[in-house]
Ligand binder design. Structure first.
Ligand code: ADP
Ligand code: MG
Length: 266
């Protein structure tokens, strides 16, 4: 059995690769000591590490494991998952929506980093907490799913009230730009959280399609744990990517791309 660990800012992604199958597991980075204790029961030859906390883990192992740059590991793992799931793409952008967001151009073999944004999963959790007081991730994302964005976000059609707008009326003109027009409305936590997710989704999509255009590809793969339990984020990103004329891809276990790739790179 080979073990691949992607120790990120928020979550540690673990892949166990057996001869004919894989197991996927996620542990909060706050429980890193537990993971280190578990790893110390295995041979370092079987352990591949990547992510921001990889060096921290390696220092505390009884032996020295294999360490890889997370961008290369993610590119490798994602390419395997895309192929296994029937997507044979020559080149594509991949956008890793983790605590923060990192964008890459990949030709399947090598990647180059083409951008990064501070809007991502950490923003959903942090700004989400400030607006709702909710710390628990599953609770936060559950509540957000049923939120109504209409009274908080300003759409193009809200500005072009009685005329045909020059761009689709349903596009967001200003995230949170409708709040002062509805000052007497009691916005619910659900509505506010849906708008935070809308904002993050639209920002990462805008950046993704911009770099896709720059690199002459129409394919954008979205990975990262931020899509976990958050169908709303996925829907915002998917719809907006398609609306702008590009092709979005979500692969199953995409959040484990780095952990899987680190095993393959060994
Ligand atoms: P990183 O590699 O930076 O740790 P991930 O790709 O693991 O990033 O994504 C982290 C994000 O995933 C969090 O910011 C949060 O939005 C989301 N997330 C998904 N599941 C959980 C969870 N169980 N606990 C906390 N955050 C979670
Ligand atoms: Mg990460």
């Amino acid at each position: 059995m080979k073990i691949g660990i992607d120790a990120g800012g928020t979550l540690i992604k673990i892949v166990r690769q057996y001869d004919n199958y894989r197991e996927y597991e996620t542990v909060p980075t706050t429980e890193i000591d537990k993971v280190i204790r578990w790893l110390n029961n295995h041979s370092c030859d079987d352990i591949s590490l990547t992510g921001g906390h990889a060096a921290t883990i390696n220092q505390q192992l009884n032996c020295s494991a294999h360490i890889f740059v997370e961008f290369d590991a993610a590119a490798k793992g994602l390419n395997i998952l895309l192929n296994e799931q029937g997507h044979d793409l020559d080149n594509y952008i991949f956008t890793n929506v983790g605590t923060g967001t990192s964008l890459h151009f990949s030709d399947g073999n090598t990647q180059s980093r083409v951008g990064g944004i501070g809007a991502g999963g950490g923003m959903i959790q942090g700004l989400g907490y400030l607006l709702s007081g909710i710390k628990d991730y599953e609770e936060l994302t559950d509540i957000a799913q049923s939120g109504n964005r209409e009274l908080i976000d300003l759409k193009v059609k809200h500005i072009y009230k009685n005329t045909e707008p020059p761009i689709p009326g349903d596009l967001t003109a200003a995230n949170f730009g409708n709040v002062l027009h509805n000052i007497d409305v009691a916005f619910t936590a659900s509505d506010k959280l849906a708008c935070v997710i809308g904002l993050v989704g639209e920002v990462i999509t805008t950046m993704s399609i911009t770099v896709a255009r720059e690199h002459n590809t129409e394919h954008v793969a979205y990975i990262g744990s931020s899509f976990h339990n958050n169908f709303l984020l996925r829907k915002v990103v998917e719809d907006y990517t398609i609306l702008r004329g590009f092709k979005p891809y979500y692969v199953e276990h995409g959040a484990f791309s780095g952990a899987l790739g680190s095993i393959i790179l060994q």
